[in-house]
Design a protein around this ligand. Structure first.
Ligand SMILES: [Zn+2]
Length: 350
């Protein structure tokens, strides 16, 4: 990769920090739509990492993760280049929606095309102006509307660089996820660009612990790939963690669905360890009658939940991931909540 970096026609030299607007479209009222980007180039050469958020316009935790990253003092020591894209789907962000104005999901249209739908055009601009100019990527998401996710990494763990980045994020749950067709993650993989996807929290909310966790994760990846100096020598504890890290890779995952329509009451929480047949919640009529229990099919960790207590039969209620040793994962989740805690609550999302 040449040392020359041009984005949206602007040349960004080593040692320079610059805000650029990537023009993506014009609305029918003739308003110009731009994706705002900040580029931070160190004087010394190194990796080129993009960190992007709000590919789904209503997933805004990542927007604040990037705001805090750009204000972080560590960036004064950066080697290589950080390309921060806090809002990829500017259309959905402005309408508080996951989608583009025509209802398309941008993350199904990568790598896109110059003369396709608006989604395909936006994906194409992102692919050619950002993705293909980078050596590494981090894509920040939250759960979809009316759901919440435990902070987790989804990545292709069979790629050794991706695996290293995933572990560097230091979240207790890693999911070796299949590629979704048309996703940015798939387009990155096809181009040999290692990318990890961080998921945490809820749409249209700022979840303080999730934001802290995402920021620490991004900084930690930057240290691991050599963009920032490592903090200190590794402690014996960390070496021990290193040995155990495969413990946090999920073996499988599944959604437990509401058996009947009604009002859902949860008896568990994100990050909890649930045993096979344990009560997860119940669905009842509005008077509390006709109670139907929802029980765990397998022992595992609750990595996602519905947040809207009104369910139709078949609606996803609890996302359970199974592990070789779910007790160790639960312990790690608790430790982790303590580390990123905001002092007000020990639990994610309360
Ligand atoms: Zn998303």
């Amino acid at each position: 990769m040449s040392n020359n970096l041009v984005i949206a026609g602007e040349t960004i030299a080593p040692g320079q920090r610059m805000r650029v607007n990537l023009h993506v479209a014009r609305l029918y009222d003739f308003t110009e739509m731009n994706v705002p980007i900040e580029v931070v180039r160190g004087k010394k050469d190194g990796p080129r990492l993009f960190v992007c958020a709000a590919i789904h316009g209503n997933e805004i935790n990542g927007v604040d993760i990037i705001r805090r990253l750009l204000g972080h003092k560590a960036l004064s020591k950066i080697k290589g280049t950080l390309i921060a894209v806090p809002i990829v789907n500017v259309f959905g962000f402005n309408t508080k929606s996951r989608y583009l104005p025509d209802g398309r999901d941008l993350n199904r249209y990568f790598p896109g095309s110059a003369d396709g739908s608006l989604a395909a055009q936006l994906a194409h601009i992102f692919t050619t102006e950002i993705l293909e100019k980078c050596t590494h990527g981090i894509d920040l998401h939250t759960a979809g509307f009316s759901r919440a996710n435990l902070p987790q990494i989804r990545a292709n763990l069979s790629d050794p660089v991706v695996q290293e980045m995933a572990h560097a994020f230091k979240v207790p749950v890693l999911i070796n996820a299949n590629f979704v067709d048309g996703s940015l993650r798939q387009a990155a993989d096809e181009r040999g660009i290692p990318l990890v996807l961080f998921e945490g929290g809820e749409a249209l909310k700022f979840n303080e612990q999730v934001i802290r966790c995402g920021l620490q994760g991004v900084l930690s990846v930057m240290r691991t790939i050599g963009m920032l100096p490592r903090i200190a020598k590794r402690t014996p504890d960390e070496k021990e963690d290193e040995k155990k890290k495969t413990v946090f890779v999920a073996r499988s995952r599944h959604w437990v669905r509401a058996p009947y329509s009604g009002i859902l009451r949860s008896e568990t929480h994100l990050g909890a360890r649930v045993k096979k047949n344990q009560l997860l919640g119940s669905v009842s009529d509005p008077f509390g009658g006709d109670v139907f229990e929802i029980r765990a099919r397998k022992t595992g960790i609750v990595v996602g939940t519905a947040t809207l207590p009104l369910v139709n039969a078949g609606d996803a209620a609890f996302h359970i991931a199974t592990f070789e040793d779910s007790g160790a994962v639960e312990e790690q989740v608790e430790l982790f909540e303590g580390k990123v805690g905001n002092g007000k609550s020990d639990r994610f999302l309360n």
